[in-house]
Design a protein around this ligand. Structure first.
Ligand code: FAD
Length: 465
């Protein structure tokens, strides 16, 4: 592990010279605000030494150069909705906030693209595209609170990934400040390109360890004018999960297929103060289909309705906004069960998803943990939420470690990986080391070392250096 210098008066003065004193914050109550992201366990909180708010790419480049000169780490922070401790300054040093970099720089309806700064909220991008009947297809459940830079850095997935892919599929080009402080444009507004290494794709999903993303040129698509949403409710969870591959095989090209087990159905109904059907015993599959014509919509709707019924759904209903509201609030709803909780994210091949969810559920019964499962079911991405409740810290640590060891081993056995979208962050850095083939891990470390020789950017995340 690298060692760093403490932030001192000289470094603060150098930062102030770049940013102005008002954007270099050291008041204890401000630093305290940035000690965590969505991490709920105080044992993983870290208070940064200084928080900076750059307003331009040039300023960010200067800060990175200073960090290299004085050997202090930088943790970039978007909106701090990370579920993998990604935005926590685990090695101290500088937390660099992107919130002043919040401009939509251009929006070209004809060319169907948008150029944005990294601190723009994801929802703002979606809304402005929609206002012109265009679609920005990145859609994490946290869209209302996260920033596009965070989405790019984590390659965020979300509800529409089954049809449109993850954030990396929505991007033409990036502007990046490298870990040594150079400003580099990566990618181009082209439909195809085999012109050297695809650097922009390397940056996406690198979780702030290989560069600070400052701008992005985003792809827009035509907004399909017709849409329906189905809620298929199952009292037998196995039947619910078994429906998913049938939907994919039916060729209806759904935009979303989401799964919520009954624990989530209850917690999120409670949180949202609603009582949707089968609160007591239902697992939900929410399916969205979007089309260009009404005829296509009717055909697909009928096909899906039949498929859900034949698969044993207790009820097949139109899913209105209340249903999506439940889905969006799943994560938040866990807090009413246990203040300390942990959401995990594993991804498995689609044809192994049903058996993996069944394995998670049956394994959970052997532990004193309250295990809740939901999934971006259309792309094999499971979220397994564990609640600490009354367990002691020691019991919680032991049970979580043992439970996770079983789940990860199973996921890898069926060809899965540790994360489909939340990333490795600090939370799974040991597991990445354990489960990744040594030769693959070595390539990751070689890249990190070459790009960030002083291990300045987001140390303690993704790979040990
Ligand atoms: C309720 C809820 C629902 C969620 N749903 C989803 C979901 O459906 N799909 C999904 O993928 N995730 C989801 N998440 C996780 C989280 O919202 C995403 O990871 C999101 O992309 C993080 O964005 P952020 O702006 O909050 O980034 P942060 O949390 O601030 O940072 C995340 C990581 O990116 C790095 N980073 C941030 N900005 C930059 C930048 N400009 N340049 C380089 N590195 C940067 C940080 O250092 C950190 O490592 C959810 C979280 C919550 C709380």
């Amino acid at each position: 592990m690298s060692t760093y210098n403490k932030i001192n008066r000289e470094i603060l003065m150098a930062l102030e010279a770049v940013l102005g004193a008002e954007y270099v914050l050291t008041a204890p109550e401000i630093l305290d605000k940035y000690k965590t992201d969505e991490e709920t366990n105080p044992r993983y909180f870290h208070i940064p030494e200084v928080v900076v708010l750059p307003g331009t790419t040039h300023e960010i480049a200067e800060i990175v150069k200073l960090a290299n000169k004085f050997l202090v780490p930088i943790t970039v922070r978007g909106a701090g909705t990370s579920l993998s401790d990604g935005a926590i300054a685990v090695c101290g040093g500088i937390v660099l906030l992107m919130e002043r970099m919040n401009k939509i720089l251009s929006f070209d309806e004809e060319g169907m693209y948008m150029v944005v700064e990294a601190g723009v909220s994801t929802k703002a991008i979606q809304d402005i595209a929609n206002s012109k009947k265009l679609l920005y297809a990145g859609d994490p459940c946290s869209a209302e609170s996260c920033m596009i830079g965070g989405n790019l850095a984590t390659n965020a997935g979300g509800n529409k990934a089954v049809r449109y892919g993850t954030t990396r599929d929505q991007v033409y080009a990036l502007e990046v400040v490298t870990p040594t402080g150079d400003i580099v444009n990566m990618g181009a507004r082209l439909q195809k390109k085999t012109t050297g290494y695809c650097l922009e794709q390397l940056l996406m999903g690198s979780e702030g360890t290989l560069g600070i993303i400052t701008k992005a040129t985003l792809k827009l698509k035509p907004l399909p004018p017709y849409r329906f949403d189905i809620l298929a409710i199952f009292t037998d969870v196995t039947k619910a999960i078994d429906l998913v591959p049938k939907i994919i095989k039916a060729g209806v090209t759904p935009t979303s297929i989401e799964f919520m087990d009954n624990n989530f159905v209850r917690s999120t109904n409670d949180y949202c103060e609603t009582r949707l059907p089968h609160y007591e015993d239902g697992s939900y599959i929410i399916i969205t289909v979007e089309t260009l014509t009404e005829d296509e919509l009717d055909i697909k709707m009928e096909l899906l309705d039949n498929l859900c019924t034949e698969s044993g759904a207790a009820e097949v209903l139109e899913a209105d906004e209340r249903v999506w509201n439940l889905r969006r609030n799943c994560q938040e709803s866990v807090r009413i069960i246990s203040k300390v909780n942990l959401t995990d994210d594993v991804v498995v091949p689609l044809d192994k998803e049903a058996e993996t969810i069944k394995f998670v559920m049956s394994t959970g019964k052997n532990y004193n943990l309250h295990v809740m499962t939901l999934a971006h079911a259309g792309d094999g991405n499971l979220h397994i939420c564990l609640c600490k409740g009354d367990l002691s810290d020691e019991q919680w640590d032991k049970e979580v470690a043992e439970f996770h060891a079983e789940i990860y081993a199973y996921a890898y056995k069926v060809g899965g990986r540790l994360s489909g979208e939340h990333g490795i962050g600090a939370k799974k850095i040991k597991e990445l080391e354990k489960y990744t083939e040594p030769s693959e891990l070595a390539v990751m470390k070689t890249i990190k070392k070459a790009m960030d020789p002083n291990n300045i950017l987001n140390p303690g995340k993704v790979v040990f250096m």
